[in-house]
Write a protein that binds this ligand. Structure first.
Ligand SMILES: [Zn+2]
Length: 473
């Protein structure tokens, strides 16, 4: 702890939490019983005695009484405007109830009125999702696909107008979570065309006033569909003899592949991060290869990543690790749909799909996310689902399992955001984005985690959520 910095060690903290467990989730796994916040930043994580000198007359002191503080949750793939329009419905419906509350993909609803038709409705949906996020300890999220490709979309949840509303809300300082946006130049879950991709890329205005709050990070590309629809592009065969293919437009398979490679190269050259919706093993091979080609040309590390990654192979994971690529997975989708994958590609392929432990072992940045409103935006359920999918942790490795899964919702997505230097862990000088949990997550099993209440959410040092009657400090 620097006691003599210009900021002045005698300047009191605004917020102090003490008497609990503070998990910084930094590389050294620093833990403390207290944490102090000043000017929106973490001042220190340490013992209760260490924060005493930072407590002044105006410092709000929160007695944790054994509760825990963790870094704020970063749901790195969350369609907030769509979520705000749908909630409390989700695509998969109540997991316990089983029956989907809303059938399938948003494009099936072509005849129905759009979910979001006006700027006021978009605004209300973003704010509603923001409130929900704050109540779940979420302090950052990525809107994975907003832009001109969906301006004529049936739902109204993914067009440029949604991004415009984010810009307006941020100008009013009305956002309660930090937002990263991937631009969408093609159709959501549908085709994209190389020429319009590159011209829209050139026309994109990426500047935002405060990128720490709202940042146009890069571009989303839908490379292929999903295995249960026989759309994932794979080396294997579906029951009808097909092997899927790319969604990217082209006269034939070769041209589709060439166009996908061109899109990735063009985005990389323009300094855009690329998040590729890719599920098939062949698709992921091409994506990793295109990233390798782009990085051989310009070695800038833009943290390109694969979204979903269902059938990723060990070889691709190794290649992705070498390239500094990430993988963004929704464990709940693995649990819910592996039976469908087994139905079209066999039990063995389904059991080897979404290889979370292998991704970690290979050194690929593993981010877990909800894809809400496909699933509910509850990271506690995501942690529980990831643990189910990975199978029981080895005896003695349970705590490491929980730490790995918590990091996949905090540290690793901060890396995905290119923001690991200033958010994602509780370390001095990093932003004070944090969540207070009713119990120490290391004292419960992943299956028990969904029952652990979120008591408080702090973003940039400001309390954005406080559970009623929970805090008496
Ligand atoms: Zn999605």
């Amino acid at each position: 702890m620097q006691r003599s910095d210009r900021d002045g060690s005698d300047t009191p903290a605004e917020l102090v939490f003490r008497g609990g467990t503070v998990l910084s989730l930094d590389a050294a796994d620093t833990r403390g019983t207290a944490v102090a916040v000043r000017h929106g930043r973490i001042v220190l994580v340490g013992g209760d005695d260490e924060v005493l000198p930072l407590i002044g007359r105006r410092t709000r002191v929160i007695e944790l009484n054994g509760r825990a503080v963790i870094p704020g949750i970063n749901d790195s793939h969350l369609h907030a405007a769509w979520l705000g329009a749908m909630w409390p419905n989700t695509v998969f419906g109540d997991i316990a109830g089983g029956a989907p509350a809303f059938e399938g993909d948003p494009h099936d609803a072509a005849e129905a009125a759009p979910l979001l038709a006006t700027a006021a409705e978009i605004r209300a949906a973003i704010l509603r999702a923001g409130e929900l996020a704050a109540s779940l300890g979420i302090t950052s999220y990525t809107e994975p696909g907003l832009g001109p490709g969906e301006d004529a979309g049936a739902t109204g949840c993914f067009g440029q107008a949604v991004l415009d509303e984010y810009v307006a809300l941020e100008a009013e300082r009305a956002l309660t979570a930090r937002v990263n946006v991937l631009m969408l130049y093609g159709v959501l879950d549908g085709p994209s065309e190389l020429h319009s991709f590159t011209s829209r890329l050139r026309a994109t205005e990426r500047e935002t006033e405060r990128p720490a709050w709202l940042r146009v990070a890069g571009v989303k590309i839908f490379a292929d569909g999903i295995p249960p629809m026989l759309q994932a592009w794979t080396h294997r065969r579906y029951p009808d003899g097909s092997s899927g293919g790319l969604l990217v437009a082209g006269l034939d398979g070769d041209e589709r592949e060439a166009n996908l490679r061109q899109m990735i190269l063009a985005a990389h050259r323009a300094g855009f991060q690329v998040g590729v919706h890719a599920t098939g093993d062949r698709t992921i091979e091409v994506v990793a290869d295109a990233v390798a080609e782009a990085m051989a040309e310009t070695a800038t590390e833009l943290r390109h990543y694969v979204i979903h990654g269902d059938l990723v192979t060990r070889e691709s994971l190794d290649a992705m690790a070498r390239l500094g690529m990430g993988i963004n997975v929704q464990a709940g989708i693995a649990v819910l749909t592996s039976g469908w994958v087994a139905g079209v590609l066999g039990e063995e392929v389904a059991a080897a799909a979404w290889p979370l432990a292998e991704a970690l072992a290979a050194g690929v940045s593993l981010s877990l996310s909800s894809d809400a409103p496909v699933l509910a935006p509850d990271w506690r359920e995501g942690v529980a689902a990831a643990d189910v999918w990975m199978g029981p942790a080895a005896a003695g490795a349970e705590e490491q399992r929980m730490l790995d899964l918590l990091r996949a919702y905090t540290v690793t997505p901060a890396r995905q955001d290119g923001a690991d230097a200033w958010k994602g862990t509780l370390e001095p000088k990093k932003v004070a984005d944090l969540a207070v949990l009713a119990v120490n997550p290391l004292s419960v099993t992943p299956a028990e985690l969904p029952g652990v209440a979120i008591d408080m959410t702090v973003v940039d040092g400001d309390v954005v959520f406080e559970r009623a009657v929970a805090l008496v400090g």
